[in-house]
Design a protein around this ligand. Sequence first.
Ligand code: SF4
Length: 321
Amino acid sequence: MSKELLKIENIYKYFPVKGTFFKKITAVDNVSLSIKERETLGIVGETGCGKTTLGKIMVKLLEPDKGNIFFGGKNVRNLKGKDLKWFRKNVQMVFQDPHSSLNPKMTIAEILQEPLREHNIEVGDVEEFLIKKLEEVGMEKGLLYRYPHELSGGQKQRVAILRATIIQPSFIVFDEPTSSLDVSVQAQTLNLIKEMKEKYKLAYSFISHDLAVVRYMSERIAVMYLGKIVEIGNSDEIFEKPLHPYTQILISSIPIPDYNLARKREKIKIIGEPPSLINPPKGCRFHPRCPFAMSICKEKEPQLIEIEKDHYVACWLYEKK
Ligand code: SF4
């Protein structure tokens, strides 16, 4: 059985509201989860649900206000010096927009050499090594001395993936890595990400608003709503037996190419827009939009409980009141 690689415990992250002294947004609210070696955990939810903030906390681009993060057994919040460098080498992030994540003044060769230099990694003949790496992600060697603006969106994202994997980390967070790409290259990029995982025995957290993509990429899925995890479990089980009404709504809204099947499928309607994070609803945060809301949902917050092995949900429909 694979060992636990990353563990986050009771993480909170607040952001101040502009123009006010005391108001704050709770972007991540008491989130705990773990990721095993060589596992992909998908994180799915609407824009503004806190999934990107959570991803940035996992790679230490943001510090949580409360809670702890453990990576390889070490508490990440206290890392300094050599240990911090070890963490930075092992944990990488690939962002949604490759255009703004690549330095426009550097050639692709310079961009790819930077992490090697930073972590003192010897590769022998650098040019030969980088050409081999480019070829590994389906790019021609002629692109090595080009600048990012001379590449297509798909090529830029391949460079970003290469930059993240070139120093052989053990964990990568992908934040909507295909949502800014043309549909024609999205599938190729997803397959490349999968191939790299197998080849280098990596663990991923794959963040997306698209549940179908998350299922394709992940062994387990965490569903987030307004800063909280409302359901977490094995990908197939989440799809076949979604428990939380919000997960059921997300799944019922995935387009089906077969017209007859699409007609037969029961669609669950979501009510209204997501409430404000500044003043989230009392009780279950989903209650103003939930078609199954009961009076207890408006008063008491449901906790994540295990319904089947490793399948957790936070909903009063499944809890003893
Ligand atoms: Fe709906 Fe109540 Fe479950 Fe929240 S706790 S998802 S409001 S049924």
